[in-house]
Write a protein that binds this ligand. Sequence first.
Ligand code: SF4
Length: 375
Amino acid sequence: MFSLYVHIPFCRERCLYCDFFLVSRLDHVERFFDALAGETRAKAPLFAGKEIGAIHFGGGTPSLVPVSLISNWLSQVAGTASLAEEIEITLEANPEDLSQVKFDELRQAGVNRLSIGVQSFTGRKLRALGRAHSEVDSFRTVTMAMERFGSVAIDLMCGAEGETLEEWEGDLAHAIGLRPQHVSVYMLTLEERTRLWREVRRGVVDLPGEEIQAAMYRQAQAMLTVAGYRQYEVSNYALDGYHSRYNLSSWKREPYLGFGPSAHSFMVSGDEEVRFSNVCSLTRYLADPAGSVDFREVLSPEQRFDEEVFLSLRINRGLPLSFLRSGREAGDGNLDEALSGFAEKGWVRIEDDILTLTGEGFLFADLIAADLIHG
Ligand code: SF4
């Protein structure tokens, strides 16, 4: 499947923990969409004539911008490539931006999946995360979205300052009660140079430790699974048939083309696999959208192997053991030793030559992948 991604780099203000590329001033939105149209024309040869299976508007906060600008860009794409009949068009949205009118406009524009950054259903926790919306917004927007969209995804975050396991269970129970088709569960991570990082360093904020975070992760697995959601990736759960096609496709290393500042792309041409990314500067992007790519690399066989192992273990389709052996030194006994060690801990299972992580193993996915690659 071939997908498109658009990074819309605007937010009202930066949340305490966020290190994404964005700006918190909105006076360049129209100029940004002019530049996006220019970048799309320049990159047209890379996707002209292809069938697009998914389009994902991420950011930033795509729900902040006028829907007419989203709609115009979709028309431009439809004039260059064909959109699959069953195309998934997802837009990431924040609860404070959503109204009935906005929902209707988005649907008319062709958006058929909303991904809402709920994070929590308690005001205390939302404030601790520095989010701009209230708990009332969280309930109201998910309820309204469920009435208007056939596919609604929500993000929840655990590990905020002062958060207890009981508070987290409450968030999960509220999410399950609203019955969105998809739930993503993220553990709060401390990214360098964020406000939260500075506050933790100064000793002003104390976050729950790793053990509590792990307990929260396991609690999410337990409650969501009992409620009928299937964990198909380390952080993602869906009712049957409602996984994110865009995300799953990128984890399966299928090609996608990114637009907007900081957007990444992965393209396959014959035997060559290329990753490239756009400049992380709105000023430079606006000045030269056609020349926005500032990093490009052709993947070496070792990089391809590493990516395949890392990404395949994150999803529940797993990895053929024969593939894993093919990338390691012939007769490397450490691999079998490592695998039986992980199996004893209950982190991996092997069936018909396919290695998959267990629910508990998902908690250690990066560690397991690194060990299997590098020994
Ligand atoms: S709304 Fe999302 S992208 Fe914007 S600052 Fe908050 S976490 Fe970052």
